[in-house]
Design a protein around this ligand. Structure first.
Ligand code: ASP
Length: 329
């Protein structure tokens, strides 16, 4: 059973949850939490080999971010570093191995947010930048804008000397078969119809950050924008409040404004991150959607919440790491 810390005091409205005293033992020096997508992930649909591979890939991502945090690096650098190996791993629907659009190509989305100043960067519908999260980071750091779309986003990434690949670089047989199945309407809710990767972190200075990156949903229409690149829908970070990365059926997460809803409930209503996440996901479910979130608060307490069968997920801090996949863990 993954360690869950439900330690935030339920405070009266407007009392800042993040400033409520917390037991020392629950306050980590730094902490990183990741997800590799939520959906129809069941033991029946998994082989032992796949389970081992996913667990190892989650561990690699955790270690990539932890390397930064344990050396005093920033939460922002850590969340970017954690998702890059997942973008490069075809097990996940982000970067290499991303799902196909209905037109048989790849359109990728990513966003990143720095809780220190709520600076943010995002790209949507990129087709040529190898690591969309790096493009999102460059938008934040190197432009005066928050979001670039399509060809403009690819050209911006190119101008920042990010690695550019042919769109076919993202192809994998597994995702092509998913596309064929979805197009044939054999499996409308295929386990690999969607998936996304994300990370949230708190660094040793108490700064929060969040990152989310995805290929979107299998057979999505050309130009469709999901929640992953949208600040406030799938990604949000504000120091002293919380950092969120979401995964799920993006249209519903956009309509609810999931990430911002969670942070606002923590900040304004004094709810714990678990309570706030359940409310937001409840709103998603009420509209007919499913998915999950990872959240970390201003003191480093964390939450995994999802209303799908499973969610690839993991946590690492100075005292160790944990990963989990299924809903009953
Ligand atoms: N939220 C992503 C999207 O709708 C997909 C996912 O997270 O599974 O594009």
């Amino acid at each position: 059973m993954i360690l869950r810390i439900f330690a935030i005091a339920a405070a009266a409205a407007l009392s800042a949850c993040a400033t409520a005293p917390k037991p020392e033992a629950d306050v980590p020096e730094w902490r990183l939490v990741i997800h590799g997508g939520a959906g129809v992930i069941t033991r029946d649909g998994m082989t032992p080999e796949k389970e081992v591979a996913y667990t190892a890939a989650l561990q690699t991502a955790l270690e990539a971010g932890a390397d930064i945090l344990r050396n005093g690096g920033s939460a922002l650098d850590a969340v970017e570093a954690a998702v890059i190996p997942m973008e490069d791993d075809p097990l996940f629907n982000a970067g290499y191995g991303a799902v196909f659009t209905a037109a048989g190509v790849h359109e990728l989305d990513a966003s990143i947010m720095d809780g220190r100043d709520r600076n943010a960067g995002a790209v949507t519908g990129v087709t040529r930048v190898k690591n969309p999260i790096k493009a999102a980071r460059a938008v934040m750091d190197k432009s005066e804008h928050v979001m670039f779309a399509g060809e403009g986003a690819d050209r911006f990434a190119e101008s920042q000397h990010l690695e550019i690949v042919d769109n076919s670089y993202f192809d994998t047989d597994r995702r092509r078969q998913s596309l064929e199945r979805v197009l044939e309407e054999q499996v409308r809710q295929a386990a690999d119809r969607h998936g996304t990767v994300g990370a949230v972190a708190i660094d040793s200075q108490g700064n929060l950050a969040a990152a989310t990156t995805t290929g979107g949903m299998t057979a999505k229409a050309m130009g469709r924008v999901g929640d992953s690149p949208l600040i406030g829908a799938a990604t949000y970070a504000e120091n002293g409040v919380c950092a969120v990365s979401a995964t799920g059926h993006g249209e519903y997460f956009i309509r609810v404004g999931v990430a911002k809803t969670i942070c606002d409930r923590v900040k304004l209503a004094g709810e714990s991150i678990n309570e706030a996440s359940r409310v937001a996901l409840g709103e998603v479910a009420a509209l007919g959607g499913d998915g999950g979130v990872i959240v970390i608060d201003g003191d480093g307490h964390y939450a995994f919440e999802f209303n799908s069968e499973g969610m690839y997920r993991g946590m690492i801090d100075a005292s160790g790491s944990e990963t989990a996949i299924y809903g009953d863990e």
